[in-house]
Design a protein around this ligand. Structure first.
Ligand code: ADP
Length: 409
């Protein structure tokens, strides 16, 4: 079975075609600058990350997503370099959709009701849901007869109990405006949970873990018996830990204070919190590697402080989830750009936690690898794993599952 995964952004579109027999990637690519009348760029890789990898780069304008996707289809079905003969070979298309809104708890086969759900959630995901929706509509036209599945990034967080997702604000106001903790990076947390349970040889329903998706945007998930019981991001991806350019959780009263003192609009303060804060605001860098360089080689005080604040923020969130699980934690799972690569941050986050059963193996932590691995000591009660995330594969697996269930129904 072949499954295409699409992630349509406002001016870009990522795609990956999986052979589900062995989960191998037949091809993948990225179209950028969609909508720019002067230029656009498409990078297409056949058999990526294998000895047979072949790369094709094109530079031409892509007026809209339909033009871009048409070009992708040409490449997929090209007589010489194509990986399929006909788009009908694709069993289902899985779409990444940011927000499922207040009511959508599960991934869904795309029909009129599902499309309405995505449209209704435009105000909750104003940057992502509209282009995600466009991607679905274009796919429906260009891949006739191929079913589409919407995989919502909020679905993981929709498993949370009421006491986890409810904010202590006036009840009616929250209901009216659909304010609740939604949580994001859900597809990644889901993937990590499943892989973590498999790694630990535990049935999903008995598996407890804390997932640390630490990248440019970062969030932690708290999983009990295979289900999300809490997550650090909230109504938007701004809440939670300190990130590359986002401040994470702050005293909410800071917002009206800045607005009053500086005469700024809500939108302007929102931009400060989302785009100019976090590591960037603290030390002028968004990339952790640059922050480490400044801290370690130049002894830069801002970078040294930024690193302390970042690690402390991850640790505080980890601690609160550890308590929510009452210490019954099978493993911590580090993932994404920082979690998979940054041994210093991992060591900092779990430093001194031996008394609660979390013991890092220094040498294992510092060994670089792209594999799923255990970096804790043999006698660590709580295992510490590094699992490279794979959101596209999770979308493909979910789409496969939704399709199978729809056929049974
Ligand atoms: P996102 O998908 O949220 O944009 P990523 O998951 O790619 O972000 O993570 C980006 C972060 O990961 C950056 O802060 C970067 O410094 C860090 N990172 C990526 N590769 C490495 C590496 N080899 N060593 C240390 N940090 C890394």
């Amino acid at each position: 079975m072949k499954i295409l995964v699409l992630n349509a952004g406002s001016s870009s579109c990522k795609y990956k075609l999986f052979n589900m027999d062995d989960h191998s990637v037949l091809c993948q690519g990225l179209v950028e600058r969609i909508g720019d009348p002067t230029t656009g760029c498409l990078t297409h890789k056949i058999a990526p990350d294998t000895a047979k990898e072949e790369k094709i780069s094109l530079e031409e304008p892509f007026k809209d997503h339909a033009v871009a996707l048409n070009k992708v289809i040409e490449l997929l079905t090209d007589a010489k370099k194509g990986v399929i003969k006909d788009t009908k070979e694709i069993s289902v298309i899985g779409h990444r959709v940011l927000h499922g809104g207040y009511y959508q708890t599960q991934p869904a086969l795309v029909d009129e009701a599902c499309k309405k759900t995505i449209r209704d959630a435009f105000p909750l995901g104003p940057l992502h849901n509209p282009p995600n929706y466009t991607g679905i509509e274009v796919a429906e036209k260009l891949f006739p007869g191929v079913p589409n599945v919407a995989v919502f990034d909020t679905a993981f967080g929709m498993q949370m109990p009421e006491e986890a997702y409810t904010y202590a604000l006036p009840k009616d106001l929250c209901k009216e405006l659909q304010i609740r903790r939604y949580g994001f990076h859900g597809t990644s947390h889901t993937y990590l949970t499943h892989r973590g349970a498999a790694f630990m040889h535990k049935p999903l329903e008995e598996f407890n873990c804390i997932t640390l998706h630490l990248g440019n945007g970062s969030s932690l998930g708290c999983v009990k018996n295979g289900k999300c019981i809490d997550t650090s991001m909230g109504l938007t991806p701004l809440e939670g830990v300190v990130m590359g350019t986002r401040c994470g959780s702050i005293d909410p009263a800071i917002v009206p204070y800045i607005m009053d003192q500086k005469g700024l609009s809500a939108k302007e303060v929102d931009t400060i919190m989302n785009k100019k804060s976090g590591l960037l605001g603290l030390c002028g860098q968004t990339d952790l590697r640059d922050m480490h360089r400044l801290a370690d080689q130049e002894n830069n005080a801002d970078a040294i402080l930024a690193r302390k604040i970042l690690i402390r923020s991850f640790k505080k969130q980890l601690g609160s989830f550890f308590f929510l699980l009452e210490g019954h934690v099978d493993c911590l799972i580090f993932s994404a750009g920082i979690g998979e690569n940054d041994a210093k941050v991992r060591a900092g986050v779990v430093a001194g936690l031996e008394s609660v059963g979390i013991c890092l193996d220094k040498a294992k932590n510092e060994t670089r690898s792209g594999d799923e691995r255990d970096i804790s000591t043999a006698d660590s009660r709580v295992k510490v794993l590094v699992i490279p995330t794979n959101e596209e594969l999770q979308i493909a697996l979910t789409a496969q599952d939704v399709l199978a269930k729809s056929k049974k129904a």
